[in-house]
Ligand binder design. Structure first.
Ligand SMILES: [Zn+2]
Length: 96
C-alpha cells in the first residue's frame, strides 16, 4: 500500500515538473519572439559613404519596405560604426 502511494506522489511530482518545464519553454519562446519582432520594428542600419548603397539594398531585402535615409551625426555618437566596415557611420537607414 505504502509503495503505491509513493509511486503516485512520484508521478504527481513528475507531471508537475513536466508542466513547469513546458511552461518555462513556452515563456522563453514567447520572450524570444517578442525580442525578435522588436528587433525588426526598430531595424536601423548605419553606413559610411562607401556602403550606403549596400545598406539600402540590404534594408529593402530584409524588410520589404521603402527605406528612409538620414544624415547621421557621428560627432554626437562616436561609438556608432558602419555596419559593413570600420568607418564611422555617416548615414542612418530606417523605416518611419
Ligand atoms: Zn562602410
Amino acid at each position: 500500500m505504502g509503495s503505491e502511494r509513493e509511486a503516485f506522489s512520484f508521478l504527481l511530482v513528475f507531471s508537475l515538473l513536466q508542466w513547469f518545464v513546458d511552461n518555462l519553454v513556452q515563456s522563453v519562446n514567447n520572450f524570444v519572439e517578442i525580442l525578435c519582432s522588436k528587433e525588426v520594428l526598430n531595424l536601423e542600419k548605419f553606413s559610411c559613404e562607401t556602403h550606403i548603397n549596400q545598406a539600402l539594398d540590404m534594408f529593402v531585402a530584409e524588410t520589404g519596405e521603402f527605406p528612409i535615409l538620414d544624415k547621421y551625426n557621428s560627432e554626437d555618437n562616436l561609438s556608432t560604426k558602419c555596419s559593413y566596415c570600420e568607418e564611422d557611420a555617416t548615414y542612418i537607414v530606417s523605416r518611419k
